[in-house]
Design a protein around this ligand. Structure first.
Ligand SMILES: [Mg+2]
Length: 231
C-alpha cells in the first residue's frame, strides 16, 4: 500500500452538511414559527442562510472575523434579508442551530462503505476547520467516531486549512510523513491546495464536477465509492 495514513475532511466530505443544516433550519423554522413572522418561504430562508454562512466562513478562514461573529451573524443577516431586524431572535436561532446541527446523522453517500473499506488498511484521522466538540458530536451521531484516531482542528493546531502549518501539525501529531499520507476532501482550494502545499497527495471529492482551476489533485472522484479501488 502506498499510504499509511488517510486524513479526511469532515463537512461535505463524510458528513452531509447540507442535508443536516437544512433539517436543522427546518426544525428551528417550525419551533420559532418563523412563517408567521415574514419568512413564509422556507426554501428561500434556507438559501439565504447558506449564502451568508459561506461568505462568513470565508472571512473566518482568512482571519477577518472570529468564531462568535461567524456564529450569530449568519442568522442575523438571513433574517435581515426578510426584513426582520431582530438580534435576540438571531442569537436564539444561533444557539438552537449549534445545539441541533451536530445531532443530525446524515452521511455523504458512499461514506460508510468507504470507511469500512479503508479502516483495516490505513490509520484514519480528520483535519477540520470546524470546532472539536461539534465535530465529535457529528461523528458520534452518525456512528463513525470509532474509525478515527486523531482529529486535527484549527484550535488545536493554531492554524487553519489551507495553510501548510495545520497539515504539518497533523503529520507530526499522527507520526506520519507526507509521502505516506493522503488527504481526502471536497474543497479544492482548502483541502486539496493545502495538502499539496504541505507535500501530501490529495484526493478531491468533487460531486458537482466543479472546474479544478490551477490545482492538480492526485486523484479526483465524483463519488466516494470511486476511491475504493484506489485504496
Ligand atoms: Mg469540507
Amino acid at each position: 500500500l502506498r499510504y499509511t495514513h488517510l486524513f479526511f475532511d469532515l463537512d461535505h466530505t463524510l458528513w452531509d452538511f447540507d442535508r443536516a443544516s437544512e433539517a436543522t433550519l427546518r426544525s428551528l423554522w417550525e419551533e420559532y414559527n418563523l412563517a408567521s413572522r415574514g419568512l413564509s418561504d422556507f426554501e428561500a430562508f434556507a438559501a439565504s442562510y447558506a449564502r451568508h454562512n459561506e461568505a462568513l466562513w470565508t472571512r473566518f478562514r482568512t482571519g477577518q472575523i472570529g468564531r462568535e461573529e461567524l456564529r450569530w451573524k449568519r442568522h442575523w443577516l438571513a433574517l435581515l434579508d426578510f426584513g426582520l431586524a431582530d438580534s435576540r431572535l438571531a442569537y436564539e436561532l444561533s444557539a438552537g442551530y449549534l445545539e441541533l446541527l451536530p445531532t443530525q446523522k446524515f452521511l455523504v453517500p458512499g461514506a460508510p462503505e468507504l470507511l469500512a473499506h479503508v479502516v483495516d488498511r490505513y490509520r484514519l484521522h480528520l483535519i477540520t476547520n470546524g470546532f472539536a466538540t461539534t465535530q465529535w458530536q457529528k461523528l458520534s451521531a452518525a456512528g463513525i467516531a470509532h474509525y478515527f484516531e486523531e482529529m486535527i482542528t484549527s484550535e488545536r493546531s493554531g492554524s487553519v486549512k489551507p495553510r501548510r502549518e495545520i497539515f504539518e501539525f497533523a503529520l507530526r501529531t499522527c507520526g506520519a510523513d507526507c509521502g505516506g499520507s493522503l488527504m481526502i476532501g471536497d474543497a479544492v482550494d482548502v483541502d486539496i491546495a493545502g495538502a499539496l502545499g504541505a507535500g501530501m497527495d490529495a484526493a478531491w471529492y468533487n460531486p458537482n464536477r466543479l472546474p479544478r482551476g490551477v490545482h492538480k489533485p492526485t486523484y479526483e472522484v465524483a463519488r466516494l465509492e470511486e476511491l475504493m479501488p484506489l485504496l
